[in-house]
Design a protein. Structure first.
Length: 157
């Protein structure tokens, strides 16, 4: 058994869709980044790559590569899952937390969970998504950004 942790943060800006957990969430701002800036999927990718000692998302999907410009991050999760499989690992479970003042995450949690679980060919109960605010503190608390963290458990085949 191996454990990995992942974290990501992006700034909220006008003129972009908000994509979290592979789904589009209706909101007046979206996350700024080279890809769709899905902080939850990025944190999951980093946790999985870290558990397998395969580097991080920036190594495999650099923001300097035009191939990944505006890419739907679920595609990065698919590629990450394939890398783990090629290295003899199976994903056991994922536990994640989204940090955001707005929008409220709870109405979208089940859809995100199903999106991630189906992408990774996992049962829904192997993907957990929590959400919290930062009580008005910092970049997240002021509504300027959203972040996510994740812990992933994998095992050798």
């Amino acid at each position: 058994m191996r454990v990995g942790i992942g974290y990501d943060i992006h700034r909220l800006v006008y003129g972009r869709k908000l994509v979290l957990g592979g789904i589009i969430i209706p909101f007046e701002k979206g996350l700024l980044g080279h890809s769709d800036a899905d902080v939850l999927i990025h944190a999951i990718c980093d946790a999985l790559l870290g558990a397998a000692a395969l580097g991080d998302i920036g190594v495999h999907f650099p923001d300097t590569d035009p191939e990944f410009k505006d890419i739907y991050s679920i595609k990065l999760l698919v590629k990450t899952s394939e890398m783990l499989a090629m290295n003899g690992f199976i994903i056991c479970n994922i536990d994640s937390t989204i940090f955001a003042e707005a929008p409220k995450i709870s109405p979208f949690r089940d859809s995100m969970q199903k999106s991630i679980a189906s992408t990774l060919n996992l049962p829904n109960n192997c993907v957990n998504i929590k959400a919290t605010t930062t009580e008005g503190l910092g970049l997240i608390g002021s509504g300027e950004g959203i972040s996510a963290m994740c812990v992933a458990l994998i095992k050798s085949r």
